[in-house]
Design a protein around this ligand. Structure first.
Ligand SMILES: Cc1ncc(COP(=O)(O)O)c(C=O)c1O
Length: 427
């Protein structure tokens, strides 16, 4: 057995490639423990964690209340996997109160929730429209399931999913044939799109009489104790990454008729008590709105500090989006590479190029530590990039990476086609 400080990931044993922080050679970074705002590597280096399990560790690593609840459940103290428990009633009650909906389904991953929603909504709408397989108009990531992948933009893929890349003109074009459309499935983003976009998209769908599915796996309950994009007035919605502090738990809720197929869904670990305990303990906190407020305030300080440091050092990096999920937008790919290397050097653990998701544990000393580290990152980049600035090219590239689509910048239909052609090739 290797000494713990030398341990490297046994990727040769795994046929999958999990999304996780990696070194420049693509090898997964290994962490031996997680403590609040920190992930600690086997050599004992304490990394400030801004990835937080792709935004699912909302309260912080090893959160005491969640850990206690999970430990009790693991010892059999709050139910048995074999059957229904008061804990499940508790979780369902909390979900119902927080997220509403006629009915709901619980899942282990966002991907499986979205797959189930897509199947259920399509079945219900197929019956309503008298069409065998009505189309799904999709924008954003909905999980690793190939059903959402397209070889070509803006046209139906083999599964009848059209990726409209968050372009409202394209959405409007497809909605001119509402009798062929099962639903519009949108993963909200607040880094490159504002509330106006959701108002407009919701109106387009309502005018066409097509239901909206809001895939709020990432955003649901993140900015407050509510959905992030109520303007969509969704008929069905999902939520996951804020619900159980990293435990495998996702929910889909909404219109009973559209979700009728949920009745057929069960799986062996459905009633597993540690997952339910993690959800109950996390939801108790999330329902108060306090973690969201606290992250907004503390991560907001970090973001302001970073902005000032970049400005003072003449480093052309913008920070886009609210502090709960923000993105570093670098003026050029070369600067981005240098920035990522400098962050690794300072042990600032990023969801590289994507959205940073600070946890509630980023406060006090950890926050001060994070600010010092980003100051050192800015200092190390000073003077080398001051002739560059963040332009539309950089903003489009950043949006494409984080939201799998186009930002809400003004453009003509021709410009949309040109951007897609460039970005799709680079995809
Ligand atoms: C909007 C959205 N939908 C679905 C998923 C898939 O969730 P999971 O990774 O839990 O399968 C993600 C994951 O990042 C997501 O951000």
């Amino acid at each position: 057995m290797l000494h713990v400080a030398e341990r490297s990931a046994r990727t040769d044993l795994l046929g999958q490639t999990p999304t996780c922080p990696r070194d420049p050679d693509g090898r997964p970074r290994v962490f031996a423990s997680g403590q609040g705002a920190y992930a600690v590597d086997p050599a004992g280096n304490r990394w400030i964690d801004l990835d937080n399990g792709r935004g699912s560790v909302f309260l912080g690593h090893g959160d005491e209340r969640v850990a206690e609840a999970v430990a009790r459940a693991a010892r059999g103290g709050v139910g048995a996997l074999t059957g229904w428990s008061p804990l499940l009633d508790d979780v369902l009650g909390r979900l119902s109160e927080l997220l509403g909906g006629d009915v709901r389904g619980v899942f282990r991953t966002g991907t499986s929730a979205l797959r189930a929603v897509a199947s259920a909504v399509r079945a219900a709408r197929a019956a309503e429209l008298g069409v065998e397989r009505p189309l799904l108009l999709s924008a954003g990531y909905h999980g690793y399931d190939p059903m959402w992948w397209s070889d070509e933009p803006l046209v139906p893929n083999r599964e009848g999913v059209v990726d409209f890349l968050f372009d409202l003109d394209v959405l409007a074009e497809w909605l001119r044939r509402p009798e062929e459309i099962a639903a519009v499935v949108i993963s909200p983003d607040f880094i490159h799109l504002g509330t106006d976009w959701y108002v407009a998209a919701g109106e387009l769908a309502r005018e066409a009489g097509v239901p909206v599915v809001a895939d709020e796996v990432k955003t649901g309950l993140r900015y407050g104790a509510h959905l992030a994009a109520p303007e969509l007035q969704p008929a069905v919605w999902t939520s996951a990454k804020t619900l159980a502090n990293g435990a495998p738990f996702a929910v889909a809720a909404g219109d009973a008729a559209l979700l009728a197929e949920f009745e057929t869904i069960s799986y062996t670990s459905f009633l597993e008590p540690t997952v339910l305990a993690a959800a109950a303990a996390t939801l108790e906190r999330v329902a108060t709105g306090e973690p969201q407020r606290s992250i907004g305030e503390n991560a907001g300080r970090f973001v302001e500090h970073a902005r000032t440091a970049f400005r003072e050092r003449g480093v052309p990096i913008e920070i886009a989006g609210p502090p709960q999920l923000f993105q570093f937008v670098c003026a050029s790919p070369e600067l981005e590479d240098a920035f990522l290397a400098a962050c690794a050097e300072q042990r600032l653990l990023l969801y590289e190029r994507d959205n940073q998701a600070p946890s509630e544990a980023l406060r006090g000393e950890a926050l001060a530590d994070a600010c010092e580290r980003i100051s050192r990152v800015a200092a190390s980049l000073a003077g080398r990039w001051s002739d560059l600035e963040v332009d539309d090219e950089a903003r489009y590239a950043a949006a494409w990476y984080v939201m799998d689509g186009l930002p809400g910048l003004p453009r003509t239909r021709e410009q949309t086609a040109a951007w897609i052609e460039r970005l799709w090739v680079d995809d």
